[in-house]
Each structure stands twice: as C-alpha cells, then as structure tokens.
Design a protein around this ligand. Structure first.
Ligand code: ADP
Ligand code: LRH
Length: 490
C-alpha cells in the first residue's frame, strides 16, 4: 500500500493531503482544504465538530473520485479539546473551543486543592488556562458523571470513522492529566475531577492500526473501499515536530508556526525541574518515546484575528507585503499577554496595548501587521534564549515549519533579531509528520530518522541569514519594558 492520507485540522484550517511514497521519494497532493474557526453562542465558544467530520467525508470522496480505492489514513488536530460521550456513543454536549472564557480563573481554583508545583512534577505540562484539566474542572461533577467516555477531538473523529475509542498519547498528554512516572492518567488529578479511569479510553501510541473505515460509511458515501485507519501522532504539534527535519550538522530548535508558534526542542527525557516550571515550558509527549520541550507563543492567531476583523480584505501574503511597507519597530506588543488570548476585538486590543505603553498606535492594517510580526520575532528571541538556558544547549539554527514558513518577512525578521540562521519549511510539516507515522507503520520507511531525511530531501527548506540590525539594542530595551505585567509608565 503506498497511498496515505493525512487529515490535518488546525484551529484555522483543515486539509486532506495525499502522500505517495514511491522509489524512496515522498510526494504530496492536497485533495481537500476547508476553513475552521470556533463560533460564539450565548457567550460560549464552540467548534462545529459535525462540519469537520463532514469535511473528512468530502475529502475522502474526492480521493475516491481520483481513483484511490486502497489507502491508509491518519488524523491530527489541535490539542486539549474534548468530547463527552454517553453510553450509546452520543455527544452529551457541544464541543467547547479552548479559547472559551469559562476557564479564565479555574487555574487559581484548582491551585487551592493541589499545588501547581505538584501538578508540574507529576505531568511536566505548562500552565495554560485551557488545559483539559481546567476545562473539565469547569464542569460540575454531575455533568461529568454523564460522560461514559471522554475522547479528545481526533480520538472522536477516529471513533466516528471506525467505531474504536482510543486516547492517543501525544494529545492525551496535553490534558495535563498524564503522570510522567506511571505513564497513565494520574489518580490524584482524576479524583480532583471526580472522574474514574474508565471514563477515559486506552492510551494508544502513534502507529497502532485501529481498523478499517466502517463499511456502512464506505457504502453510504462512496468512499475508498479499503481505508485502513492508523493512529497518527494526533496532536498537530506532535505531527509537526515529526515533520520538521532539523539539520543534523547544526544544533537546532524548531518553531511549529500556525495559529500558535510552538518553539522548542525534542528530548528523550522530560525537564520538569523548578526552572522549567517557573519559565512555564512544557513536556508534551511525542511519538517514538520523545518529549516536546517547548513554549506556546501567541503566534499567527494575532494576524488571523486582525484579518477577520478587517473583513478578510487581504490574503496573508498581502498582509505580509503591507507589513513590509510599514515602518519597522514603530510599536510592539507583549504577544503572550493573556489579553490577546480571545479579546472582544483584537485590533482594538492591540491599539489599546500600544496606547497604554506610550507607543504610536497602529492605525492601518499594514501597521497592525508590522506590529504583530515585529513583536512575534522579538518573542522568539526571548524564548529561544530561555530555551538555551533551560536545556543548557546553544542553538545555531531555528527551523520554522507550518503555514508561518510562508511568511518571508517574519522569517527574515526572526533571523535578524535572533542573530542566527532561520530555515523555513516544510510548510506542510504537520501533514508530513502524520504521513511519516503511517508510512513507517506500513513498513515502507524504517524509522523516523529515515523519514526525516526523506522529508528534508523532498521538500523546500529556505535559508535566511541574519542581517545586522543597527537599532537592535534600542528595540530590546523597549521590548524589556513591555513584558506582561510591566506596562511602562508614560
Ligand atoms: P493551523 O494549522 O494552526 O490552522 P497553519 O499551519 O495552516 O495553521 O498556518 C496558518 C497561518 O500561516 C496563517 O494564519 C498565516 O498567518 C500563515 N500563512 C499561510 N500562508 C501564508 C502566506 N502565503 N504568506 C504569509 N503567511 C501565510
Ligand atoms: C496548535 C495547538 C498547540 C496547543 C493548542 C491548543 O494547533 O495544538 O500545540 O497548545 O493548539
């Protein structure tokens, strides 16, 4: 079997990508792309999970129409969000989106029962308001008791396609409920949530064969006859990191650049010491026994929101072009300030932040975009330096995968600010990591090292050399004053 389909759904868009592995070469063809976004109803934010499921079916119909009758299929999506199922396998409620504001203060509530230090020691997972731990805590125990099974989003999509209920490990680790030592759900944290272990499914490793696509779906929708579902690294960031083939001759870190910018390194052992906890770095479980030691940076969500509020007038490429025409470093925002997580109006929030810190207010969409890209590049420097300290490793190259690798302005700015080489690509690193697991399982590639070499040789990786930035010192002093909680006086 050499046709493999990656279903890769991020917070802003989804696609079905056909990967064909022939004669040592991996090639990609996008067969279906669709947009994704949460929507707000009565003050709460939800995903349209049925729409996402339907888009997978549409994509598979397109694959069939192209003559594909035999394939494997893997699914990845964004992390942490979950589906509560009753004993009949029906959803007991809509699927909350992680930017829903109900969890804004839950972290403090949980800390009254169990100290964050203990939680970090157990799980190694960074404190984010939307971790599944906090989302579940926001339910009443009565509501949670209605759940016969708790699946994360990709687990649920697999369940809809083949009837099997799993909790795939890379994604399950983002719940902040997995214990690093026992490698299972942590009993104290389950108790805190009034949950039983049986309400979660069996932890399942990437590469496991889950079974064939349901015969009923194949007949009903005219899908490929033999579609074998393989458990991918179902957390999109886990797949992205598999698909970012770092240079083997230089010490490198990655950024998976999409709705979020996830900056980090792959490790064989977690780092869950005091320093890592204080810096709020995470140890998400990876495929093949690895850990992703990384930091969540607010990422391209900032520009996605500006674009949406601007009426989708400009493409992302055009926004980068307009940013390139605007004055550099005119105004900066501390990207990771929680105020940018899900403000009522991102454009106004950015303007307010600039005004409060005594900087010129970005008026045009080009100025807003420039402010975002300048600030993101500076955030990359801040967290790269922190990463070096925490890991004790100097980084020579920063490799950017995902949609953000298309943004040449941001890539060059990043190289200039961090003062090191940036390598950009592959853009479809997440789909590639998803496919790599399938192809390894199919026995056509030996292991992830070989898969990454094939990816590196098959897809464009563009190099950006750092250029001198005469005003850097001045920019960095301004940047220092802007970090969350340190809004400067004017
Ligand atoms: P996710 O998987 O989180 O939905 P993607 O990896 O698909 O995100 O990346 C989407 C982002 O990539 C967009 O928000 C946009 O900022 C950026 N992007 C995509 N194409 C381009 C382009 N041609 N020029 C500049 N930026 C782009
Ligand atoms: C990126 C991502 C990230 C998570 C967030 C919920 O899409 O999966 O790794 O922290 O979304």
């Amino acid at each position: 079997m050499n046709n493999h389909i990656a279903v890769d759904i991020g917070a802003s868009s989804g696609r079905l990508v056909l990967g064909t592995f022939d004669n040592g070469t991996l090639s990609l063809e996008e067969i279906h792309r669709f947009s994704n976004a949460f929507s707000e109803r009565d003050g709460s934010c939800f995903w349209d999970i049925d729409y996402l499921y339907e888009q997978i079916i549409v994509g598979l119909q397109k694959a069939k129409a192209k003559g594909i009758n035999k394939c494997t299929l893997g699914i990845d999506t964004w992390a942490v969000d979950y589906v509560l199922l009753d004993a009949e396998g029906n959803r007991v409620q809509e699927v909350y989106a992680y930017r829903d504001r109900r969890t804004e203060h839950v972290m403090e509530e949980v800390a009254k029962h169990i100290s964050p230090t203990i939680v970090y020691g157990k799980t190694g997972i960074q404190q984010l308001t939307f971790n599944t731990l906090y989302q579940l805590y926001a339910h009443s125990p009565e509501e949670l008791a209605l759940a016969d099974q708790i699946l994360l989003v990709p687990d649920y999509l697999y369940y809809r396609l083949c009837g099997r209920k799993i909790n795939e490990v890379t994604n399950a680790s983002t719940t902040q409920l997995l214990n690093l030592a026992t490698r299972d759900y942590d009993e104290d944290l389950l108790k805190l949530l009034h949950l039983r272990r049986e309400q979660f499914a069996a932890l399942t490793e990437p590469g496991e064969v889950l079974g064939f696509m349901s015969e009923i779906l194949v007949q009903q929708y005219d899908l490929p006859q033999e579609c074998l579902l393989i458990c991918a690294a179902t957390h999109d960031t886990a797949s992205a990191v598999l698909g970012i083939p770092l240079a083997s001759d230089k010490s490198s870190a990655y950024i998976s650049s999409g709705t979020w910018s996830l900056l980090g390194v792959e490790l064989s052992q977690p780092i869950n010491n005091k320093q890592a906890m204080e810096a709020n770095y995470t140890n998400e479980w990876g495929a093949f026994g690895t850990y992703r030691f990384l930091k969540n940076i607010m990422g391209l969500w900032l520009i996605q929101e500006v674009r949406r509020l601007d009426g989708d007038r400009y493409s992302f490429a055009k926004l980068a072009e307009l940013a390139g025409e605007a004055d550099a470093f005119r105004s900066l925002i501390p990207c990771n300030d929680p105020r940018f997580m899900n403000p009522d109006n991102m454009i106004e929030e950015i303007r307010k932040a600039c005004m409060e810190s005594g900087q010129p207010v970005p008026e045009t969409v080009g100025q807003l975009a420039r402010c975002i890209f300048d600030s993101l590049a500076l955030s990359y420097l801040t967290y790269l330096l922190e990463l070096e300290t925490l890991t004790g490793t100097a980084i020579e190259v920063l490799q950017i995968g995902g949609g953000g690798a298309n943004n040449e302005l941001l890539c060059q700015l990043t190289a200039d600010i961090i003062g090191r080489e940036v390598q950009a690509g592959p853009v479809e690193s997440t789909a590639l990591g998803n496919l790599a697991v399938q192809i390894i399982r199919a026995g056509n590639i030996a292991n992830i090292t070989e898969a990454r070499t094939i990816i590196r040789n098959s897809f464009e990786i563009k190099s950006y050399a750092p250029r001198p930035l005469p005003q850097l010192e001045e920019i960095l002093s301004l940047w220092e004053t802007l970090q969350p909680g340190t809004v400067s006086e004017t």
